[in-house]
Design a protein around this ligand. Structure first.
Ligand code: FAD
Length: 548
């Protein structure tokens, strides 16, 4: 049986970004595409997105207004050119999604735009097109149905990319990305995927934190792989904590969309009093970081386990029509949102930083693109505005598609690549180390590198992660791969990148709040936190195993 797979384009990730790109490439001619997903194809952040996608669709709205709102939320670190580029491409991206069959909720207002638009925190207009409160599911399942049996696309589910294969690692002149080593979870073997062009569409890294709204696949693998391949990583300190996840032991961080606050839901203390007016003039419609910090502060001040969100003053019909999934899920856990407030806590939600890319999704490494949440594109800056992320996925998938299509014919296929070397490893007899280190990282990231930070806590976290990375590297070098081990190695890298970026920032800005520098940094002097790795040139043997 052959363990070498050859394609024109290897797409690692099957969320909104990966599948949009796969579909566009596949429809454009005879390009052979491989799409990898770590679990079932639909399992990723995209599937769980509730609120919707932002775009300028209403005649009352304007490109300028969407750009300004994004820049303001981004706290001085957005790239204005990229913001303009994404916003200007919004309408066309939504049109593309409608054309492929995404079923957005229609407007019942005869004078309005034909689709219903929500308003969310930070947006000064209604511009969030949605499919009730399950927008991500509508997008992901439409894309999945289009790519699943496409003749040009090979789908590999339960295949975890371990590391990128680069010319440098193999000692081949003219460094570029040549593909990836991929762990097949079913057979336990590592396959070689070679491709003219490789694309990281691996999503974010919420699982680095103990409490997260993200699904299990969000372990920042693409960021860690790109880092090990020598790409620059930026702005990792900007982790967005969603203010309102359902607080219930069995809810596994189920998200209560901020569209509820957009429709008038109020945040309450356990005694039923409101508190957002103490923190921001926009009250419940303040950006997420402001709301998350306010909830965190009230919880710590009162020693409370949670705060409450109340939309019960709206009519039952309205609530059930607009938020059917949230209504049903809360009911399942014993809360009827049409009648009572629901308990909520903040949780790690969105990774604003990531692999640095240009407007075509090109990374520092020739032959490697990155799109979607894995990237730092310049759109979000120090804080992501709600519903801009799905838009980013579709816009960058489209621009990467154009660039890849143009360049593909000029690239020669990689030579035969060395197989993964397992001659020096054995089966582990200490799996407990992996489970323990997983828990330890997630807990200290929550405690020391969470919503409110300090130099002392960050230093403590840095010491811990350095020790653990040494231990994990030792383990990784001696034992056969498992999915948990691959992910553990990656969350350790991502945790260290978050800590290093946070320590570089001697100010509070956007999502990064430090007790040592409580004043918000001045916009004019805003700088990205950019980290550069220096990968070692390796011989082919065990090439992908040399770096922690
Ligand atoms: C609960 C929730 C609600 C949200 N609501 C909204 C919203 O309303 N609007 C909005 O704009 N944004 C929202 N977001 C954010 C948005 O959903 C994500 O930013 C976006 O879906 C990311 O898409 P993606 O394609 O980059 O990654 P994902 O959809 O996360 O997909 C990542 C893919 O990469 C694969 N993968 C990862 N690592 C590997 C590996 N090593 N090998 C192989 N495959 C790998 C995974 O299997 C998966 O297929 C929400 C996020 C969450 C978690």
């Amino acid at each position: 049986m052959s363990y070498q797979y050859q394609h024109d384009v290897l797409i690692i990730g099957s969320g909104a970004s990966g599948l949009s790109l796969a579909l566009e490439l596949a429809e454009s001619g005879s390009i052979r595409i491989a799409v990898l997903s770590k679990a079932a194809i639909s399992e990723g952040a995209t599937f769980y997105a509730q609120g919707g996608i932002s775009a300028v669709l209403d005649t009352q709205d304007s490109i300028e207004s969407h750009v300004q709102d994004t820049l303001q939320v981004g706290a001085g670190l957005c790239d204005p050119e990229i913001v303009k580029f994404v916003v200007e491409n919004g309408k066309e991206s939504i049109r593309w999604l409608i054309d492929i069959g995404v079923n957005f909720t229609r407007s019942t207002n005869p004078d309005g735009y034909e689709y219903h638009l929500h308003q969310e925190g930070g947006h000064s207009h209604r511009r969030i097109i949605h499919s009730a409160d399950s927008t991500g599911k509508a997008i992901e399942s439409t894309l999945e149905s289009r790519v699943r049996n496409h003749a040009n696309i090979d789908l590999y589910e339960c295949h975890t990319s371990v590391d990128l294969i680069t010319g440098n690692k193999l000692g081949i002149p003219g460094n570029r990305c040549l593909g990836a080593y991929v762990y097949d979870q079913q057979s336990g073997s590592v396959k070689v995927f070679s491709a003219k062009t490789t694309v990281l569409a691996t999503g974010g890294a919420g699982k680095v934190y103990l409490y997260t709204s993200n699904p299990d696949i969000c372990t920042g693998d693409g960021i860690a792989m790109a880092w090990r391949a020598g790409c620059r990583i930026a702005n990792m300190e900007f982790i967005q904590f969603h203010p309102t996840c359902l607080y219930h032991p069995e809810a596994k961080s189920f998200l209560i969309s901020e569209a509820l606050r957009g429709e008038g839901a109020r945040l309450l203390r356990p005694d039923g009093t409101t508190f957002m007016q103490r923190y921001d003039a926009r009250e419940e419609l303040a950006p997420r970081d402001v709301v998350a910090r306010a909830i965190d502060h009230e919880m710590k001040r009162l020693g409370a386990d949670c705060m409450f969100l109340d939309i019960s003053h709206r009519s039952s019909d309205f609530i059930i029509e607009h938020f059917p999934a949230i209504y049903a899920r809360c009911l399942q856990h014993g809360f009827d949102i049409t009648k009572e407030p629901v308990p909520v806590v903040p949780a790690a939600h969105y990774t604003c930083g990531g692999v640095m890319i240009d407007r075509y999704g090109r990374t520092d490494l020739p032959g490697l693109y990155a799109i979607g949440e894995v990237t730092c594109s310049g759109l979000h800056g120090a804080n992501r505005m709600a519903s801009n992320s799905l838009l980013e996925c579709v816009v960058f998938a489209h621009s990467a598609y154009k660039d890849i299509k143009k360049s593909l014919s000029t690239i020669t296929a990689p030579p035969e690549l060395p197989a993964w070397d397992e001659t020096m490893v054995t089966d582990s007899d200490e799996d407990v180390v992996v489970a323990h280190n997983w828990d330890e990282i997630r807990r200290f990231m929550w405690d020391y590198v969470g919503i409110v930070r300090s130099n002392k806590r960050l230093k403590r976290a840095q010491n811990r992660i350095r020790l653990l990375q040494g231990e994990i590297h030792e383990y990784y070098s001696h034992f056969r791969l498992t999915n948990d081990l691959i992910e553990l190695r990656n969350i350790a890298v991502v945790a260290s990148l978050i800590i290093d970026c946070a320590l570089m920032r001697t100010e509070s800005r956007g999502l990064h709040y430090s007790l040592d520098y409580p004043m918000q940094g001045v916009t004019d002097t805003a700088k990205n936190s950019v980290l550069q790795s220096f990968p070692v040139d390796n011989s082919p043997a065990r090439a992908a195993r040399q770096q922690p």
